[in-house]
Design a protein around this ligand. Structure first.
Ligand code: FAD
Length: 368
């Protein structure tokens, strides 16, 4: 029987009632047509009989598993329409994301290189507006083709309609307890394309800019570097934090960041110690300035250092030994072990700073 433990990067979770691997879009559509969107109440209660799965890198499934049907999107394919300065790149939902980025870099297309090394599928990237090193997919995404389970039809949604935010989108907001209304079938990106001359998009992240020998505060056009260099640096920086999948490294047996960086009113951030990282995050509905905090810093400063939690789980799970934001399986953890570590870190931050941390991965059959 197929287990989530074998198909998710956190390597935990029980089995599913049925496991279908769709190798073509047609196969996926045939399954989707049999699984219309359940009622709001059923979805909120986790009673959707269908789970859409990509690479399993943002999913934590309970040890009891999932009684319904898993539809794993495994159809791949990438193509580009080139014009003198731009390339419109179409990627099938099941394509591996990092291979997609590598393809664009190899073909002299810029805009995705800072997103190198993120695990999972291309189809999942718009769901939480995947991002890293000052970039996210909303910056280059043109549109998606999706199956709307409510209307029972194929639709195209343009970038503006996806209402992207920080680790958020319409796709995520209309997903309840792992039950999505829209199932992404393909994604189109509008990238810069100047052949071998193409430089990266402006580097927006200080640590990355410095590692490339760029001046972090220079004008946008002076913060571009050769595409392959940006990709190589991003992969190296990520590997140093356990953020590139590696079978030999249990620090990568995780869902990546377990918590999103909290966005709080400026007044709430004012009480934090001076050294607390904070970044402007726009305005709230009442007009108050919002500030994005660093979840990793808050966890670390709450007494949960790298490696924290091993003592709570008999050594089976802990925070990564490279990064406090990843909850990792040291090899034999259960989903409950990972949740034990995550709860302890969340509670420590709440007690020390009064800030509520929220999980980034989708939790199925379990709660934090
Ligand atoms: C080591 C590591 C590092 C990571 N680093 C980053 C990072 O830097 N930045 C970042 O943003 N994320 C990061 N992540 C999180 C994760 O890689 C991304 O969220 C990724 O996009 C998830 O893709 P997936 O195919 O694995 O999704 P899955 O885990 O398979 O699914 C996640 C959710 O998306 C839904 N979903 C999947 N495919 C589709 C689809 N085609 N249509 C509709 N819904 C769908 C699923 O139903 C589920 O609810 C990291 C994870 C790991 C393990």
């Amino acid at each position: 029987m197929t287990e989530f433990a074998e198909n998710t990067t956190a390597r935990v979770g029980g089995s599913a009632g049925e496991w279908i691997i769709a190798r073509t879009e047609e196969e996926a559509l045939a399954v989707l047509q049999q699984h219309p969107l359940p009622t709001q109440e059923q979805r909120a209660a986790g009673q959707d009989s269908l789970l859409v799965l990509g690479g399993g890198s943002n999913l934590l499934v309970s040890d009891a598993g999932f009684g319904g049907t898993v539809l794993q999107l495994a159809f791949t394919g990438i193509s580009a329409e080139l014009s003198p300065d731009t390339a419109v790149v179409t990627v099938a939902a099941g394509a591996n994301w990092d291979r997609t980025v590598a393809w664009t870099v190899d073909h002299g297309c810029s805009g995705l290189e800072a997103l190198s090394g993120i695990p999972g599928s291309a189809g999942a990237t718009p769901v939480q507006n995947v991002g890293a090193y000052g970039a996210d997919v909303s910056q280059t995404l043109l549109d998606i083709r999706a199956w709307d389970r409510a209307a029972g039809e194929l639709i195209t949604l343009e970038a503006e309609q996806l209402e992207f935010g920080y680790r958020n989108s319409l796709l995520k907001r209309t997903t309840l307890s792992g039950s999505p209304r829209y199932v992404v079938l393909s994604v189109r990106f509008a990238l810069e394309h100047r052949g071998e001359e193409t430089l990266s998009a402006p580097v927006r992240y200080g640590e990355l800019a410095r590692s490339l020998g760029l001046e972090a505060n220079a004008a946008e056009d002076e913060r571009r570097a050769p595409l392959q260099d940006v990709r190589a640096k991003v992969l190296a920086l990520r590997a140093g934090k356990g953020m590139v999948l590696d079978d030999a490294d249990p620090d990568t047996y995780s869902t990546g960041s377990f918590f999103t960086n909290p966005i709080v009113p400026a007044s709430a951030a004012a009480g934090l110690p001076e050294g607390a990282p904070r970044f402007p995050a726009g305005q709230g509905e009442s007009g108050e300035e919002l500030v994005k905090l660093s979840a990793a810093w808050l966890i670390d400063q709450s007494g949960c250092a790298k490696g924290f939690g091993a003592e709570l789980t008999g050594g089976r799970a802990s925070l990564s030994t490279k990064h406090t934001l990843a909850v990792t399986n040291r090899g034999t953890a259960s989903a409950e072990d990972l949740l034990t570590v995550a709860r302890a870190a969340r509670d420590a931050v709440k007690e020390r700073f009064g800030v509520e941390l929220r999980p980034e991965p989708v939790l199925l059959g379990c709660t934090l």
